[in-house]
Design a protein around this ligand. Sequence first.
Ligand code: G3H
Ligand code: 13P
Ligand code: ZN
Length: 314
Amino acid sequence: MALVDTKKMFEMAYKNGYAIGAFNVNNMEITQGIMGAIAEEKAPLILQISKGARDYADMEWLMSMIKTAVKQNPDIPIAVHLDHGDKLETCERFLNEGGTSVMIDGSHLPYEENLALTKAVVDMAHAKGAPVEAELGQLGGIEEDVVGVEDVSAHLTDPNQAVDFVKRTGCDSLACAIGTSHGAYKFKTEPKLALDILEKVAAKLPGFPLVMHGSSSVLKEFKDLINKYGGSMPDAMGVPESAITEAAKLAVCKVNIDTDLRMALTAKIREVFYKKPAEFDPRKYLGPGREAIKAMVKHKLQVLGCAGKAAECM
Ligand code: G3H
Ligand code: 13P
Ligand code: ZN
């Protein structure tokens, strides 16, 4: 099976109460770790590429790896999605380079400007047959090219505005701000998510797929390893996995995970470097990192409820 877009995946995920994992890819070990889990669990998959990933690894290289993944896994539907597209041109180029789905992130813009930008991307992408994810409301945290707001609770998605936005832009899915942030520091105290916003949007837009960004859980296993073996992430805190499962049963059809991949790889590399300071063969520290990613993604697919769902999304 060739690469697919996200339409059928979202249709099935919505209908059957699960979510598809959207995992960020930046290099071979991350891609292979994800694919190892997907191949064993037979889950539909969204591989997503950020601007930072393109700058680091180059789109052509990333697409070559993904094409190999598709070839080796003919029974798995795989979508290649642009994560946090910034401009119309970026989205168009991504589709021309083999991507099958794009996100346009105008969430930092005034409402009407976000709407106009999203509408322009929808017109361009739909002419190519590709779906568009948009974002309304703002997340916190900071990544290489995605800067968030300080106080997430002041920038949550307004459900009434979401209805107007979806109707006027024609976008195919919407990332809603419900209190999450990108990166490893999502909450200072008790995690708090506005799942009621998802319920309200779903009630107003039945059948419409929602997306959750900033959905890494900052798993204790990897946080502890990082802190034990020379790292320093004592205050890292993520989204409870129970909230992800709950959101997946609501209208959330796509759950974005990057930080948990980064922490799994980093934790294992740190462990090897600490325990074997003379080690200098990259296969000996990247290999355990890749294995940790595989095990972590297998676990996530259970949390999302999408394990075993590849066939119905073809
Ligand atoms: O939304 C942020 C993603 O984790 C991508 O992060 O821009 O550092 O590649 P990045
Ligand atoms: P995390 O930083 O929580 O993994 O979120 C990733 C994300 O939302 C990518 O768009
Ligand atoms: Zn994001």
